[in-house]
Design a protein around this ligand. Structure first.
Ligand SMILES: NC(=O)c1ccc[n+]([C@@H]2O[C@H](COP(=O)([O-])OP(=O)(O)OC[C@H]3O[C@@H](n4cnc5c(N)ncnc54)[C@H](O)[C@@H]3O)[C@@H](O)[C@H]2O)c1
Length: 246
């Protein structure tokens, strides 16, 4: 990064999947970064604070920090209480979702993912009430309006397109390398030195839980519910891919 900072505006991308991959790659290259994402058309899912209809997209915000001698800190969270993918998995499994995540088409709280996919549909709530809503609105502006991809609008409902604004920062241009690296390490130690809620509990930095899950899944494989597996089999068959190879 020649100038110590780089800003990239991406519009009309396909589904970008896990936004946390970008800050992880950047942190491994020694850079801090923050990424704001919207879905300008087909991904409108979230009710505005005080409203009941879907108006915003899930609006993931992800950021990463390199940690010398350790795994990077990676925050990767949507501004809504539950990712739509997790609602789909719960719907496929026929199980309920946690309370406080979704509302039905009349604005009543529900834990039934069927209601979310009903006609008329339900909506997802923002995280932390008005605060998550405010962050979602700003994310729509940065990832949608600013990039030229557009904020969430029903006019583009037939196409799922992600917009992303990424800001990369070279920490070495702001502080001496050792000062920055030492401060990050000290902060991680300080945070983790807190007493735990339960003796067997753990205090994790953002990104650690995903690392643990990745290690477990690389070792044990990925659990899939029957409906999700069947969908994969159906797609494979439709493309003449032998199911044994899926
Ligand atoms: N491309 C898109 O349009 C789109 C839209 C929505 C979500 N997504 C992706 O979906 C994924 C899921 O998003 P989500 O909002 O459900 O995230 P999440 O709730 O699973 O995690 C949010 C953050 O909390 C941290 N965290 C979780 N448990 C923790 C613990 N016990 N201690 C400390 N930190 C903890 C995680 O490391 C993560 O940084 C993300 O990868 C996101 O990028 C993509």
């Amino acid at each position: 990064v020649k100038h110590g900072v780089s800003v990239i505006a991406l519009r009309n991308a396909g589904h970008l999947g896990r936004i946390g991959d970008w800050p992880t790659m950047a942190a491994k290259a020694g850079l801090m970064s923050i990424h704001f994402v919207n879905t300008s058309g087909a991904g409108i899912l979230v009710a505005p604070f005080g409203g009941i209809n879907r108006r915003l997209s899930a609006n993931p915000v992800a950021a990463g920090v390199p940690v010398e001698g350790g795994s990077p800190i990676v925050m990767d969270m949507s501004c809504c209480t539950i990712a739509e993918g997790k609602l789909r998995v719960a719907f496929n499994k026929g199980v309920t979702v946690p309370e406080g995540c979704i509302i039905d088409s009349t604005g009543k709280p529900t834990t039934d993912p069927k209601v979310f996919y009903g006609d008329p549909p339900g909506a997802i709530l923002s995280v932390a009430g008005h605060k998550g809503y405010a962050l979602g609105v700003i994310t729509e502006m940065l990832a949608g309006s600013l990039t030229g991809g557009g904020a969430s609008t029903p006019a583009k409902k037939d196409r799922l397109a992600n917009g992303m604004l990424s800001i990369y920062l070279d920490p070495n241009r702001f502080a001496e390398h050792d000062v920055f690296a030492g401060d990050v390490q000290e902060f991680v130690r300080w945070v983790k030195s807190s007493e735990k809620v339960t003796p067997e509990g753990q205090i994790l930095m953002p990104g650690e839980i995903e690392e643990q899950t990745k290690a477990r899944r690389l070792r044990d494989g990925i659990e899939l519910d029957a409906n999700t597996w069947q969908s994969l089999v159906d797609v494979a068959r439709s493309l003449s891919v032998p199911v044994d190879s899926v």
